[in-house]
Design a protein around this ligand. Structure first.
Ligand SMILES: Cc1ncc(COP(=O)(O)O)c(C=O)c1O
Length: 436
């Protein structure tokens, strides 16, 4: 028998079978910002304010529920693909008043493996090849490959930063231009993603803005994916408005939530979708064939968390704690004379870095050199000052990257001690590189 032709070639054996061209889309193969600014690439004592995960434990009563769940037989096995009944019931109790309707645990609530997988499954369920999905920039980077892997085409509409003469901007001064949004809609547009409170801007969309988006969704018959994973993190009395509660919007909106954000447990991978049966049923079909079900014990723990949270005043306390964390950073940026957008939601601060001047001969690695200026500033601050952040141009398409390159993002989902140490370093070492 003749040898198979691939064995006859003398080429390298590390790529015998080509991988799918799908990975060339959605920046899936590009060295992503998380790898470049990974702690492994940075000095060992660099303080990580880059990635948006907490360096503290979930509440004790939630981790105790997780430990307990591991001792039960059914909790160690497959759950129903819709999610465990206890969690669906807890979500029903929490969200029915927030959506002004008696949510049906069978057809209007779906537990997913983190918000990410829930969003992926919605794309799988709804996108035809070439369907367009509109997202506001800067955008949560995971949307992009989730859309393209499912045959969709991303379309970008930028949020506009506060005007340069605004001395103390808030995140809500990042604005949408409804005319631009309208112009982005084509006969192929299927969906709009709204993210409020927003990562990375911290913007909490106003009722008026959401009404404007809703009117266009209605006019052009679009599905709205409302990513509200930071829903419990709004500050200074800012109201979180749910687009699904606006007139007529329930029927075309799927709302996305995450236990990871609510309970400081991003590694649990428990999230959920809430929406009409017409959206949840097809998405259930997709999610069942992607993951079958979400891990069982941590669904129980998330259920315990939600059941107890209001009774314990947990969300109010969490908001107060995050407000304090935010202040540790904003105090130092004030002292340094750096402009930032005061975030009214989520746990990120965008700092304007146009005044930061790094030395011309600073040794940047190639992964940073080919990118927009914010990549260099973030690298310089991480390696020279010892505090990591994330360059914001990463959250824009190439065409609009120049809007993002004026900002870097710091996460304040860290304990007080870490934030104080970071503030101290910034205060002591960054000042001399700021040109007022
Ligand atoms: C806006 C936004 N949506 C979704 C997610 C993903 O949430 P999860 O960890 O539940 O998948 C994140 C996580 O950072 C996020 O920032």
């Amino acid at each position: 028998m003749a040898a198979p032709s691939y064995l006859l070639t003398n080429g390298p054996r590390d790529a015998l079978v080509p991988f799918s061209s799908r990975l060339k889309e959605g920046r899936a193969l590009a060295e992503d910002v998380w790898s470049i600014y990974n702690v492994a690439n940075l000095p060992a004592d660099c303080i990580n304010l880059g990635q948006g995960y907490m360096n503290f434990l979930p509440p004790k009563w939630v981790t105790e529920a997780a430990s307990k769940a591991l001792l039960g037989v059914t909790e160690n096995h497959y759950s129903h693909p819709k999610g465990r009944m206890r969690l669906r019931q807890a979500l029903k109790s929490m969200y029915s008043p927030l959506f002004n309707r008696d949510l049906d645990v069978e057809s209007e609530i779906l537990v997913t493996s983190g918000a990410n997988e829930g969003q992926y499954s919605v794309f799988t369920a709804f996108l035809e090849q070439g369907d367009e999905v509109i997202m506001f920039e800067p955008f949560f980077d995971q949307y992009l490959p989730s859309i393209t892997f499912n045959g969709g085409t991303p379309v970008y509409v930028p949020l506009h930063p506060p005007k340069a003469d605004v001395k103390k901007p808030t995140s809500n001064q990042w604005t949408i231009d409804l005319a631009e949004l309208r112009a982005a809609i084509t006969p192929r547009t299927k969906m709009i993603i709204v993210n409020t409170p927003h990562n990375p801007v911290g913007k909490v969309f106003s009722r008026q803005e959401l009404e404007g988006i809703a009117a266009l969704a209605e006019e052009f018959n679009l599905l709205v994916m409302s990513d509200e994973v930071y829903e419990t993190l709004t500050f200074d009395g800012e109201e979180h408005v749910r687009i699904a509660t606006l007139p007529g919007m329930w029927d075309r909106t799927v709302t996305v939530g995450s236990a990871g954000k609510q309970f400081a447990a991003t590694g649990w991978r428990v999230g959920w979708l809430i929406g009409p049966a017409s959206i949840i049923r097809p998405t259930l079909a997709a999610t069942t064939r992607i993951v079958f079900c979400t891990n069982s014990p941590l669904q129980e723990a998330a259920a315990a968390g939600i059941e107890e949270a209001e009774k314990r005043g947990y969300y109010a306390q969490q908001r107060a704690e995050y407000t304090e964390r935010r202040k540790i950073l904003t105090d130092v940026f004030d002292a340094l004379g750096l402009t930032y957008s005061l975030p009214l939601g989520s746990y990120f601060i965008l700092v304007d870095i146009r005044k930061v001047q790094f030395p011309d001969d600073f040794p940047f690695p190639p992964s940073v050199l080919g990118r927009a200026r914010d990549f260099r500033v973030a690298w310089f601050i991480a390696t020279e000052i010892g505090v990591s952040s994330i360059p914001v141009s990463e959250f824009y398409c190439e065409e609009h990257a120049s809007i993002g390159e004026a900002f870097i993002r710091f996460s304040f989902c860290k304990d007080h001690e870490t934030l104080h140490r970071a503030a101290e370093r910034l205060q002591q070492k960054l000042e001399k590189y700021i040109v007022q």
